[in-house]
Design a protein around this ligand. Structure first.
Ligand SMILES: Nc1ncnc2c1ncn2[C@@H]1O[C@H](COP(=O)(O)OP(=O)(O)OP(=O)(O)O)[C@@H](O)[C@H]1O
Ligand SMILES: [Mg+2]
Length: 269
């Protein structure tokens, strides 16, 4: 039976998910080596969460996939195409959700979403309206269409950034820290949205995040990058069992209240 009435303007059939293959990727900036022999395969349609401490090279790795950085050695491909070839971005629809949203402050939410479709002449105004309002509805933002980014909360801006990525009908959706700076409830909502988008659109999702709850709840697989090295790639269940102290300490950091510095503070007050 056709589900014509519930069918969304974003059609998964027309945008098959693409995978990413990273082979022996090394990246240095001058004498600083940031990525060390990273090999990784992200499967079409999966949610892959890349975790790791601040400065471990997560954003640099993401930039290789969207072609903003080129490998010092090694190879990155999106589907079958070379990620560092500018034409790849023409052939594969990739959307990157930036940490701070990267919205145009002078444009309304509606116009921020419509911009890409207008620039690429992908639809007439009626078609644009359908796609934009469809994306806003998915993210519970219908009421915000005419607002300016400055009039939104941080969580709303994050959702607008995701909605803007959705109107591109991406085959590959990349998120850089989608839940940072959000309260735990909003962070969980964003995690649910990322998970539901995969189910509805069969998009491949790569999420760079420090958010342990997000990783353990929505990832198919999690990669942990430390000091530019990929320590492990594992399912959330495998990760919970992992006994490598570097991974356990990263996932379950403890605050040492017995630290003498805390004692000094106590007695000083
Ligand atoms: N264009 C650049 N030139 C020189 N060094 C860079 C450049 N981009 C990143 N780096 C360095 O690469 C390292 C990794 O940076 P990256 O932004 O990938 O970290 P990250 O894992 O995303 O950290 P965070 O969790 O804080 O976002 C850092 O030491 C950073 O200073
Ligand atoms: Mg980063």
């Amino acid at each position: 039976m056709s589900d014509h009435h519930t069918r969304n303007p974003f059609t998964a059939e027309e945008s098959p998910a693409v995978g990413v293959t990273i082979e022996n990727l090394n990246k240095s900036f001058g004498s600083l080596t940031v990525l060390k022999d990273v090999s990784l395969q992200i499967r079409p349609g999966e949610i892959f969460v890349l975790m790791g401490p601040s400065g471990s090279g997560k954003s640099v790795l993401l930039k290789h996939i969207v072609g903003l950085e080129a490998p010092t050695s090694g190879h990155v491909s999106v589907g079958t195409l070379d990620a560092s070839d500018p034409e790849t971005r023409e052939d594969v629809r990739m959307a990157l959700v930036f940490q701070a949203g990267a919205l145009f402050n002078s444009l309304s939410v509606y116009d921020n979403l419509a911009l890409y479709l207008r620039e690429h002449r992908l639809a007439d105004e009626a078609g644009i309206r359908e796609k934009v309002m469809g994306a806003l509805q998915i993210l519970s933002l219908e009421g915000a269409a005419q607002k300016l980014p400055a009039e939104l909360s941080g969580g709303m801006r994050k959702r607008v950034a995701i909605a803007r990525a959705l109107v591109m009908e991406p085959q590959l959706l990349l998120y850089d820290e989608p839940t940072s700076e959000l309260d735990p409830v909003m962070a969980a909502t964003i995690s649910e949205i990322i998970a539901s988008l995969r189910h509805e659109y069969h998009v491949t999702s790569l999420v760079v995040s420090h958010d342990r709850d997000l990783a353990l709840n929505i990832a198919d697989r999690v990669g942990i990058l430390m000091g530019g090295e990929l320590l492990t790639v594992a399912t959330p269940a495998e990760l919970r069992q992992n006994t490598d102290p570097r991974i356990a300490d990263f996932l379950n950091p403890s605050i040492d209240l017995g630290n003498p510095r805390f004692k000094q503070l106590e007695t000083a007050s």
